[in-house]
Design a protein around this ligand. Structure first.
Ligand code: ATP
Ligand code: MG
Length: 210
């Protein structure tokens, strides 16, 4: 489903990050771990097509991600891959409901064909829907970002530090949700994480070194 071959990323012509080759199969749940600065967020952004490799190739659904380059294929890519990156943010002019529904508007999909009600229930977000994004705690914000990433029922979920800023209860709740997505929806999950609770719940670990 996703493969990395000879992938490197160079920043500023001297910082070189090299990634070991990797195959991620449908239904996998993989944690990317490693020390700060080892390249976890960079890899998440490369797979999510938010950044480009300096060399090597990433394939998703058996196609090089460079070939998702016209409007239609980028739209398909964005629909099938839910992203919660370190730079994901909520729109302050929209309430929480509309922030979560935004991908449906972009992709012109009816709410009843989405995951909205189910996800709101599972992530316990019902009481937050009319709030504005500035009025959330950081844990609530993480849950809303995850709901938005999952609202189109993507085949793949890519998340950067999804449990950052969460207390133990919220971490466990979020991890249970990831496991539920993986077990019941067969969503392929890729998370970058420092959190042992997340990495221990995943099926596989991909370790980066600095
Ligand atoms: N936009 C950028 N410009 C220059 N260097 C960058 C940029 N983004 C990341 N880097 C560098 O690339 C390396 C990997 O960074 P990255 O954010 O991927 O690490 P990380 O493993 O996610 O770290 P953390 O655990 O702290 O989140 C670091 O040395 C960082 O300074
Ligand atoms: Mg990071």
């Amino acid at each position: 489903m996703i493969t990395l071959k000879n992938v490197t990323k160079k920043y500023n012509n001297y910082d070189l990050i090299s990634y070991n080759d990797l195959i991620i199969n449908k239904g996998d749940f993989i944690s990317i771990v490693g020390p700060s600065g080892s390249g976890k967020s960079t890899l998440i952004d490369l797979i999510a097509k938010l950044n480009t490799c300096s060399s090597g190739e990433i394939k998703i659904f058996d196609k090089s991600i460079n070939t998702y380059d016209d409007k239609r294929s980028i739209q398909l890519f964005r629909k099938e891959i839910g992203i919660m990156s370190s730079t994901s943010s909520l729109f302050s002019i929209l309430n929480i409901r509309d922030n979560i529904l935004l991908p449906l508007i972009i992709h012109n999909i009816d709410k009843c064909n989405s995951n909205f009600e189910h996800i709101i229930h599972k992530l316990n977000l019902k009481n937050l829907l009319d709030k504005s994004s500035g009025d959330l705690s950081s844990g609530e914000r993480q849950r809303v970002l995850l709901a938005r990433a999952m609202v189109l029922k993507p085949k793949i979920l890519i998340a950067d530090e999804p449990t950052a800023n969460l207390d133990l209860d919220n971490t466990k709740q979020l991890v249970n949700f990831l496991r539920y997505l993986n077990d019941d929806f067969k969503t392929t999950i890729i998370v970058a994480t420092h959190d042992d609770i997340v990495s221990k719940s995943s099926k596989r670990i991909y370790e980066l070194e600095k």
